[in-house]
Design a protein around this ligand. Structure first.
Ligand code: DX5
Ligand code: ZN
Length: 218
């Protein structure tokens, strides 16, 4: 089994001091930093773009796990790559040609992720699974932090893990949305090996980031 990794989402951090928040996450044992990019079009919320990622780059050596909730995404891949992303995850609905976008991300030497919304089935990305590094399974409808985990998605995670094992593939299974100390074990059992978390990491146990990361991992 792959080691469980934690990718805290800075969406739940204090946006007036994101550099400091990233340092706190690194000191607390984060494996990577999840950056939620929203455009007010693909999802009904707006967050940050490449200049912010570029200015945050100097605060940590941890990989930036950049989740692009923007459409059309293809023309922005270059600027997010140059800004210092390490993993670039896109939603299949947000590009005209999934294969072209995968190849473009790879051409910049970045890892590629494809994300499945709660209503998007595995079949949509099935034929790309051997070419990508990660599948980001949304356990909430994207757009906002602090939402409730949708438990029926556990089946999708299990099915994805079955396909992965059957085809002997190596992609990571990352889960995103409403992850807490109750469902962390369930998603891990189902097959996830990277857990994204915003609210739980920044707010639980009076914001004890180190403790929250440790608890999520176990
Ligand atoms: C939702 C984002 C998630 C979210 C996670 O669109 O992709 O990364 O911020 O935050 P919590 O853990 O609060 O659900
Ligand atoms: Zn996300």
């Amino acid at each position: 089994m792959k080691k469980i990794q934690i990718s805290p989402s800075i969406l739940a951090g204090d946006f007036s001091k994101l550099g400091y928040e990233i340092k706190r996450l690194e000191d607390g044992g984060a494996d990577m930093i999840h950056v939620d990019v929203m455009d007010g079009h693909f999802v009904p919320n707006l967050t940050i773009g490449p200049p912010v990622i570029k200015s945050l780059r100097k605060y940590t050596k941890l990989p930036f796990d950049v989740h692009l909730m923007i459409s059309p995404v293809h023309k922005y891949i270059k600027s997010f790559s140059e800004a210092g992303s390490d993993i670039i995850t896109i939603h299949p609905e947000a590009t005209k040609n999934i294969k072209d976008s995968i190849d473009l991300i790879k051409s910049f030497g970045k890892k590629v992720g494809l994300s499945l919304n709660p209503d998007t089935s595995i079949e949509v990305i099935d034929k790309y699974l051997k070419e990508i590094n990660l599948v980001l399974v949304m356990t909430v409808y994207p757009g906002f932090g602090g939402q409730k985990f949708i438990s029926k998605i556990l089946n999708k995670i299990k099915n994805l893990k079955i396909i992965k094992d059957k085809k002997n593939l190596d992609f990571d299974i990352e889960v995103d949305g409403g992850i807490n100390f109750e469902n962390n074990k369930l998603v891990i059992e189902a097959g996830a090996n990277i857990l994204v978390s915003g609210t739980t990491i920044f707010k639980d146990n009076n914001g004890d980031i180190k403790k929250n990361i440790e608890l999520l991992r176990s």
